[in-house]
Design a protein around this ligand. Sequence first.
Ligand code: AHR
Length: 655
Amino acid sequence: MKNTMMRILRTGMILLVWFPFFGAFGQEITIDVDARKPGAPIQPTIWGLFFEDINFGADGGLYAELIKNRSFEFDNRLMGWESFGEVSIHEDNPCFDRNPRYVRLSYTNELNATGLENRGFSGIGLKAGEKYLFSLYGRTSGEAPVVLLVQLVSRSNDILNAKEITITGQEWQKYEAELTSPVTDAQARLRILVKARGSSADLDHISLFPAKTWKNRPGGLREDLVQALADIKPGLFRFPGGCIVEGTTIDTRYQWKNTVGPVENRPLNINRWNYTFAHRRFPDYYQSLGLGFYEYFLLSEEIGAEPLPVLNCGMSCQFENNDDHQHCKVENLEPYIRDALDLVEFANGPVTSHWGKLRSDMGHPAPFNLKYIAIGNEQWGELYPERLEPFIDALRARYPDIRIVGSSGPYPDGKEFDYGWQEMRRLKADLVDEHYYRPPEWFLANAARYDRYDPQGPKVFAGEYACHTPSRKNSFEAALCEAAFMTGLERNAAVVHMTAYAPLFAHYDNWQWRPDLIWFDNLNVVKTPSWYVQQLFSTRKGTHVLTTTSGEKPLTGQNGLYASSVTDIKTGEIILKIANTSPETRNVTYRIRGGEKGPLTAERYLLTSPGKEDENTLAEPLNVVPRKEEITLTGQEFTLSLEPASFQVFVIHPK
Ligand code: AHR
C-alpha cells in the first residue's frame, strides 16, 4: 500500500516533467480503421531476434557450460583457474588437435595438495536439488592410475558434493560423473584434487553442465534463457552478430566452419568484446563456440524462427580499422564466398553432400530449410559493394531461392547510408539491413520513416535497434518510445519484412553494452520493458495491415499518439496497437469500417509505469509488465480512454 502511494505520488511528479507532449487534454480524437479490405501482408519474419556473443551472451550465458577456459586455450593458459601444487600446461600428443593444450596434475604430498579450481563465469550457478554433469578427458603418464576428487564447493567454501574419478591408462578417454547440489548458490566453484600418490594425470576439456537444459540436451543451452526467447515467438533469428562477424582483424572474424562438429575440437577465438571498450574490459572473454551454427539452426527451428545467418564479406570491423589493409582483397575472396555457399549446403544440402552429411552426423538429417543469408554486418563505402557483388553472383547462380540481405552501414541516415542503399538497389539485394541506436526523440520523430520508402525496392531489415536514453537503462521510457516507433514498422509491413532489437542478452556482472533486451545472472532472468513490447507485437502480429488514420493521416505523433492495426484473417481478430506518449489521458474514438456489430469481446493489454526510469530488476523483475483484462466493446464505434504514457494492444474477437 505504501509502495503504491509512493508510486502514485511519483507518477504525479514525474509525468509532469518527462513526456514532451502537452495540450489536447480532453480532446476527442477519432481513429478510422478500415477492416473492409486487408492491406499488405505481415511477413512471418517481421518480429525477430538478434543474437551476438556480447555481454557474455553465449559462454557464461545461453550456452550452459559452467566452466570457463575448459580447454586451457586462453592466451593466459590458466585464466579462470586457481591452481595449486604441481600443475603445468602441455600440448604434445594432444587429445584435440585444434585445441591442443591440456593440464598435467602431479601428486605432491599429503600436506600440499595438487589441484585446480574453476570459478565459472562470475561464479558457478547451482540450484538446490539439481543434477550437474561433470566430464573431462584424461590419461595417465605411467602405469599407475590416478584418483581425482571432484568437488562442488560453495561460495563460503563448504563442500557441497564430491565424486571420485579414477584415470586409468595412457590413452585419452572420456570420464563422467554426476553431482547433485544440495543448495542454491550463484557463486559456487568446481575443485579437482589429486587424491593419492601415483602417476601424473593429463586432463583436457573439463566441463560441467546442468542436467536440466533446454530440451534436456546434454551440453545444451540454458533453459530459462531459451524460454525467454521462445516466449517472444520470434519469426526471425539473426546470428552470430554484430561486430563479432567482422572480427577486429580478419583472422579473428567469425568462421562458421570452426563452430560445427565435436565441441571439444572447435578452436577457441578471442571475443572482440574482450577489449573493445577500455572502460569495460573483460580479459577473460573468449568464444568456445560451443554454441555454434548447428546449435543455432536447431534452436531457430525449435523456437519457430527463420534463421538469418550473417557472414563475413571479406572485411574486418571498419569501426576499428581506419584503412583497408585489414580487409581481404577482392581477388582473394574465393574462400569467403565458398564459406557462404557451404553454409547453405550445411543447412539445406542432402545428406550425401559434404556439409549436409556433417549436419546429419550431428543429429539432423532433415534440411533446416534456410531461406535467407546476410553478407556483411555494418559495412560502408565502396569497399563493401565491390566485395558483396561476387557473393551475390555466386549465391544467385547456385541457390537462386536464397534471399540476400545487404547492409546500409551503421547509421540510419547520411551520406554513407544513402550510398549504401543506392548500391543495394543496384546490386538487387533482397533486403537491406538498417541499424539505429538512437535517443527517444529520434524514435518518436521516425515513426513515419518507412511511410516514404518505395515498396518496389529492396525490403527493409531493421536489423539492430534500441532506444538509448541518457541513462542507458532498459527503462519504461525506452520501451514506450520503441512501441510508438514499432507502430510505424507494422504499418509499413509492405516494406519492412524483418526487424530485431539489439543486443539480446546481458549478464549483470559482465556486460559491455547496454541497454539489452534480456538481463540475467547465474540463476535468474529479467525481461525488460522492451522485451514485453517485443512480445506484445510479435505474439499479436496478425496477418495483414489495416489502414489506420486520424483525419486521413496515419497517427505518427499527433497529440502524442502512435497507432497501427492489423487483422488476422485466420482467426478474424482485429488487433489495435496504440501508444500514448503524452502526459494526458487521451480519449480516442475508434471507428472500424467493415467491423462487426457489437457487443464484441476483446482483450486489452496495458503497459504503463509511473516513472520514465522505471525498469525491471533482479529484485523487482515484474515492476513494469503489461496488465491484461477482458473487455466488451460496443462494436464498430467505441471510445477508449488511454492512460498517459502508455502502450496498449486491443485484440478484438469476432462473434
Ligand atoms: O549490438 C552491438 C553492436 O552494435 C553490434 O555488434 C554492431 O553490429 C553494432 O555496432
